[in-house]
Design a binder for this molecule. Structure first.
Ligand code: BG6
Length: 473
């Protein structure tokens, strides 16, 4: 029944799109920027490195003007920690401060609300060399970085996101180039210790934000996917619930309520992977309160019970592939869902399910900070990019988001991935997501010209109609 009667999108709904610094900016070691883990990692064969990316550092005015033409109400971008503080702690780079001042001011010129991610996969390499997130000093360095950002940009930035996809960094750090467990025997224990320090860093940054910037709002930004059981067998349902707790709820239960998810904690105990918790940590975690939940959604997961005796080595997994834990669950493919050219399942109805599940657990306003389709776009001879497949993907997801609003979910905004073409975490420049085409290949930088795709004009119409007109014509 609820499918028949749609509520409108709220009138101040934040339509926009997202990028992250290391994937879009380029100038990776220029203008005083220090290296991040993304600049020193081994780049997967056949894909671009991050030196030039989409060269937004030199094109930000043009990019933001195009976003304004689409009618963006917000632009979600990240601030590169090592551009502001090249070594992660200590000296601040004035050129870095100036660059983001310019980006923020350029957004505000067009009434585009800056939505700033503080940390998107790009830990300063200097901190990584000192143990990265295994070292509690990294959490303090993050809080210092947060303070520098609040001092410099807090007069203009009202919306802050703490850490992008902390869950993906813990669960899939090897794929996205953030894993640091060098010389460690009990890898799982080390990872959950890192997770604990990141949680503390996030909590302290939220508390500081509320102290320093009373009018600002701040929230976490994990990657959340509802997890389906592969059958109605109770053991498969238990498996799906457990995977969901490990992948999703642990991160949000901690960010919102300041508690460890009990189901996950008990699994960590059986794996000898519980983190050390210092006196006072839980009080800090409990006293930090996000104002909203941001999350990235690409697809759902599916899981079933995984008998120990069937355990085998895992094949290739990435941030949208469900992983496995013998004796508990294994991720499986969902034959009911179509896939992108890169093998990611497409599940718009799962988006509505996920929104409802998140809202009913946490009762906070939600902003989607990523959702989108990676594809091999083609620049036609006539200079157009006909990305009807992307339009279809976004149409279907926006439709389901509206149904979620109708279900009662408090939605504050929608920022698909990505505003501009950029470099994928591990699949190069040819896996494009943007509304704006950037004319370069993996190795041939060409002219980096910006060209609006068909989806650009479509999204402009969606925003102008506040989500009422989703037609593609
Ligand atoms: C999310 C990340 O996991 O997915 C982005 O926050 C990333 O940084 C996006 O680009 C799409 O993934 P990929 O691997 O196709 O770049």
């Amino acid at each position: 029944m609820s499918n028949l009667k749609n509520k409108d999108f709220p009138k101040d709904f934040l339509w926009g799109a997202s990028t992250s610094a290391y994937q879009v900016e380029g100038a990776s070691l220029e203008y005083g920027k220090g290296p991040s883990v993304q600049d020193v990692k081994v780049i997967p064969e056949g894909t671009a490195d991050f030196k030039v990316a989409s060269d937004q550092y030199h094109h930000y005015k043009e990019d933001i003007a195009l976003m304004a033409e689409m009618g963006f109400k917000t632009y979600r971008f990240s601030i590169a920690w090592s551009r502001i503080i090249p070594k992660g702690v200590g000296e601040v780079n004035p050129q870095g401060i100036e660059y983001y001042n310019n980006v923020i001011n350029e957004c505000l010129k067009y009434n585009i609300e800056p939505l700033v991610t503080m940390y998107h996969f790009d830990l300063p390499a200097a901190l990584d060399e000192n143990g990265g997130w295994s070292n509690p000093d990294t959490a303090e360095a993050f809080v210092y970085f947060a303070k520098v950002m609040y001092e410099n940009y807090g007069d203009r930035v009202k919306y802050w996101l703490t850490i992008n996809e902390q869950n993906v960094m813990i669960l899939m750090g090897n794929i996205i180039g953030t894993l640091n467990v060098k010389g460690i025997d009990n890898v799982q224990k080390a990872l959950y210790q890192q997770n604990h320090y990141m949680m503390l860093a996030q909590a302290k940054a939220m508390i500081l934000c509320h102290e320093m910037l009373p009018g600002a709002k701040i929230g976490p930004a994990p990657n959340i996917s509802a997890v389906y059981p592969n059958s109605n067998k109770p053991e498969d349902i238990a498996a799906a619930n457990t995977l969901s707790a490990i992948r999703n709820w642990m991160y949000l239960d901690m960010a919102v309520y300041g508690v460890y998810n009990a189901r996950v904690w008990s699994i960590l105990e059986t794996m000898d992977a519980t983190p050390e918790i210092n006196e006072g940590d839980m009080e800090i975690l409990k006293s930090a309160k996000p104002d909203f939940i941001a999350f990235n959604y690409y697809s759902t997961g599916t899981a079933e019970y995984y008998p120990v005796e069937e355990a085998t080595a895992e094949g290739k997994v990435d941030q949208q592939t469900a992983f496995s834990l013998p004796g508990v669950f294994r991720g499986v493919k969902n034959p009911n869902l179509p896939k992108t050219e890169f093998g990611w399942e497409i599940d718009p109805i799962g988006f509505r399910n996920t929104l409802n599940e998140v809202y009913s657990r946490y009762h906070l306003p939600i902003i989607i900070t990523e959702n989108g389709l990676g594809a091999y776009d083609k620049l036609e001879e006539d200079g157009t990019i006909k990305d009807d497949y992307r339009i279809k993907y976004l149409q279907d997801h926006i439709e389901q988001m509206q149904l979620a609003i109708n279900d009662g979910v408090d939605m504050m905004g929608y920022c698909p991935w990505s505003a501009v073409d950029l470099i994928s975490t591990h699949e190069g420049f040819d896996k494009r997501y943007g509304f704006i085409y950037v004319n370069r290949g993996n190795f041939d930088l060409k002219d980096l010209k910006r060209i609006p795709k068909k989806s650009f004009y479509w999204y402009k119409k969606v925003i102008a109609s506040n989500g009422k007109d989703l037609t593609n014509n």
